[in-house]
Design a protein around this ligand. Sequence first.
Ligand SMILES: [Fe+2]
Length: 186
Amino acid sequence: MDLVAWAYAVAEGRLVLSLPRRWVHVQGVAKRAALAAGIVPEAERDLLMAAAVLHDVGYAQDVAETGFHALDGARYLEEQGFPERLCALVAHHSCAYREAELRGCSAELARWVDEETPLRDALWWADMTTGPDGDTTGIRERIAEIQARYGPEDLVTFFVRQAEPELVAAVERTEARLKAAGIEVR
Ligand SMILES: [Fe+2]
């Protein structure tokens, strides 16, 4: 099985029944990632797609361990035998290191390195411009929606407030690359 088909099989298997809304979001993120395929090297497009499909697998009941989905997802994918680079992309997606700081699990997350490449930015862009129902949204609307969904006292709200400049920067870099490549996206 190729990497993308494997990613879909695992993500669907873990999410579709227990977290159907999350599964719809993930499918939307995968669609966005496919739009950005043109700004990553051809040999790495499957990696971007697989990371998009698997980025939230750590929310699944049978995957969650620490309660921090980026870390739990990366650990689970490593156990399953997915490539190290894919596990690292999931571990660090959408500024996860900042949430790890708030949750006191930075050391565990540091097991993986954030590659800080256009591919990684494209994954963050796809996640941060896709709403919880798989709809395309703007980065500012996405951040506001997360804060509203979790509420003013939630750690995730604190996290996303702190992470906003880095999330916006990754989105803007990706949109500049898309523009330069002549790829039109909303
Ligand atoms: Fe996501």
